[in-house]
Design a protein around this ligand. Structure first.
Ligand code: PHE
Length: 339
């Protein structure tokens, strides 16, 4: 029994088999247990010796079984370690860090710039209502200026916003003027039914700006826009305002900056005018204030709308707006990792 048992322990090469052997050699149905149970049939003078030998053999089996188990576990650990071995002398793999998207570089820069001047940043919904996007902005349903923006309608009331100007109405409605002037910028995606080409995209980024308080003048608007343009495009950019039309501002203007390419002298890029248009703006139309419940006889302000794609195109000299949206890393990697 002893030889046979030790031999079986020897042959059990994994934990499962070893467990079977343990049950077989020392369990309730093992030969050893059977012998102990049949002590009463053994001659009383032999009982002591038989009992001792059985116990000794069981101790031996248990000890060998434990040894065998430890060996198996150690071998498993060894095998695992060998598999997971790391060669610390291998050269490191270079981590591929992403770069900030050029539009985000401009956006983050502008947000920081305006926060520094006490503006808050708001974000309106991309699926906007006709009510906020147009009606509140002095564009009733039959207004001809609705054609200025080819809007994607979802149904008669919901649309993909074609401008961030609805954010103006949303904040005007909520603002408590007893607590101070309203100064906000509202960046976000806008959509228009344009056929995509080098200069048009059906989706692009805008940033709305709005300041409302008592005694705000066109001079405040001019200074704000000029400083922003110089901040983004460099101190030596010249700016000018041209009269324009938007339903939600009166008077309305467009701002040009002196052409980057020819520095105002006139070239094919600026169509020989020396100027490049960068944004639309104006003094908030009294109807916009009144629609939002703000007394237009007491309060007034200015608003502007910046095309961030356009800013990025001009700042970085990009010739195809589609490059912003096709995610070609060779294009994206050209923009500094630090900014
Ligand atoms: N919403 C206008 C546009 O998309 C821009 C604008 C904003 C003009 C605010 C004036 C004031 O063209």
């Amino acid at each position: 029994l002893r030889e046979k048992g030790l031999d079986e322990i020897d042959k059990a090469k994994n934990e499962e088999k070893l467990n079977d052997v343990r049950v077989k050699l020392t369990g309730r149905k093992s030969e050893l247990t059977t012998i102990l149970h049949s002590m009463k049939d053994i001659d009383p003078s032999d009982r002591r010796e038989v009992g001792q030998r059985v116990n000794k053999l069981r101790d031996l089996f248990n000890a060998k079984l434990d040894d065998a188990k430890n060996e198996i576990v150690a071998a498993l650990v060894e095998e695992q370690l060998a598999k997971e071995k790391i060669d610390v002398t291998l050269p490191g793999r270079e981590m591929h860090l992403g770069t900030k998207h050029p539009i985000n570089i401009i956006l983050d820069d502008l947000e920081k710039y305006f926060i520094g001047m006490g503006y808050k940043v708001v974000q309106g919904p991309e699926i906007e209502t006709d009510h906020y996007c147009f009606e509140m902005m002095n564009l009733p349903k039959d207004h001809p200026a609705r054609d200025m923006q080819e809007t994607f309608y979802i149904d008669s009331e919901d649309l993909l916003r074609s401008q961030t100007s609805g954010d103006q109405a949303r904040v005007l409605e909520k603002h408590d003027f007893a607590k101070g002037p309203l100064k906000m910028v509202g960046p976000g995606k806008v959509y228009r039914r344009d056929d995509d080409d080098a200069t048009h995209s059906h989706q692009f980024m805008q940033m709305e700006g709005l300041v409302v308080d008592k005694n705000i003048t066109m001079g405040d608007l001019k200074g704000t826009l000029e400083l922003m343009a110089k901040h983004i495009f460099g101190q030596d950019r010249e700016t000018r305002l041209r009269p324009s039309y938007f339903p939600f501002t009166e008077p309305s203007v467009e701002m040009d900056v002196s052409c980057f390419n020819c520095n105002g002298k006139g070239c094919s890029i600026c169509k020989y005018t020396g100027w490049i248009e960068v944004l639309g703006a104006g003094m908030v139309h009294p109807n916009v204030l009144e629609n939002a419940g703000v007394d237009a006889n007491v309060y007034g302000g200015f608003a502007f709308g910046v095309g961030l794609d356009r800013f990025a195109i001009l700042k970085y000299g990009i010739d195809d707006i589609r490059d912003f949206y096709t995610n070609d890393v060779r294009f994206l990697e050209q923009f500094s990792k630090e900014e």
